[in-house]
Design a protein around this ligand. Structure first.
Ligand code: ZN
Length: 320
């Protein structure tokens, strides 16, 4: 906001002048940090933790980020309440992953009065979907049950998301372009470094298959060359039949698999039952849609959790 004392009536009384100076002082004291836009921070609303992490890294002091799906919540189960729609409506930019992961997001954004893409229209938020797959193939493929929305688990795909976040911020706040591009370049270099680290860690493994509680790791499996065998499907709620579970137990036995990779948030009964029956142990592997309470409290971030994931995979795949 701008304060213009040239519009003050004059002659101004001494009391009024003092008041004006006080108002100016208060606004200066709680006003912008050096890197903030002059008219306040760009408000960004995200759905999941990786988007939050990347928006904060790229946005720096110019943005404030609110994550709709809170720590410790099973992200596949999330459904927005009216206050979430109000939060989206108050944002400059709303980032979500893909209709296959957040099927509620488009309706919530529409209800909040957002626009999609780049057409200029003031007083409206910009919605940015962070996954291009399916966009060119019509809505049927977007809703394809086989589409794996967990793209952020492949750092090179996360890099594409970072590029889209940076582009949206530049569009919304051109004055911050230099900072956004610089921050995005740094983040993307770190993501490429993470990719190299995981590729090296998983380069020499005795096993080619990992048993996972839900099929969240397709993009990692594709990038680093292993197969995932799921107790449940792309979403953890998917119920597997007894014959599927029997076949998983048979393959654990035949392949010499020693671990089932269970996620930290979501019911672990099925994994425990299968582990007990197959005589194997459980390791925690993180699909990273949101952090757990403890991780958020301890300041674990995308990179530290992904590095832990690569150690867990190395153990499960018996890598040297
Ligand atoms: Zn998932």
């Amino acid at each position: 906001m701008r304060l213009s004392i040239t519009n003050m009536p004059r002659p101004a009384s001494a009391v009024l002048s003092a008041f004006v100076l006080l108002v100016i002082a208060v606004f200066a004291a709680c006003g912008s940090e050096p890197d903030e836009p002059a008219d306040g921070k760009i408000t960004v609303v995200t759905t999941t933790y990786p988007l939050t992490f990347m928006a904060r890294r790229i946005g720096g002091n110019r943005v404030s980020v609110v994550q709709l799906i809170k720590s410790g919540v099973e992200a596949h189960d999330f459904e927005p309440v009216p206050s979430n729609v109000r939060t989206i409506a108050s944002a400059d930019i709303f980032f979500y992953n893909h209709p296959a992961f957040e099927p509620w997001a488009l309706a919530a954004a529409t209800a909040s009065g957002s626009r999609s893409g780049g057409t200029a229209q003031s007083n409206a938020i910009q919605t940015v979907i962070l996954e291009s797959e399916g966009e060119d193939h019509g809505s049927q493929e977007v809703n394809d049950a086989d589409f794996d929305p967990h793209v952020w688990l492949n750092p090179l795909r996360a890099q594409e998301q970072a590029e889209r976040i940076a582009a949206a911020l530049v569009t919304d706040d051109p004055e911050g372009s230099l900072e956004y591009v610089r921050n995005s370049d740094g983040l993307e270099a770190e993501l490429r470094g993470l990719d190299e680290l995981i590729a090296r860690r998983l380069s020499d493994c005795a096993l080619g298959t990992a048993v996972v509680s839900h099929l969240a790791y397709g993009h990692m499996a594709e990038r680093y060359g292993f197969n995932q065998l799921g107790l449940a499907g792309l979403s953890p709620e998917f119920e597997s039949g007894p014959s599927h579970i029997a076949s998983v137990i048979r393959q654990i036995d035949e392949l010499g698999i020693r671990y089932i990779l269970q996620e930290p948030i979501a019911s672990d009964r099925l994994a425990e039952t299968v582990a007990a029956e197959a005589g194997v142990d459980i390791l925690i592997m993180h699909p990273l849609a949101v952090r757990t309470f403890d991780e958020a409290k301890a300041g674990a971030d995308y990179f530290s959790i992904m590095q832990a994931n690569s150690e867990v995979l190395a153990m499960a795949l018996q890598c040297s």
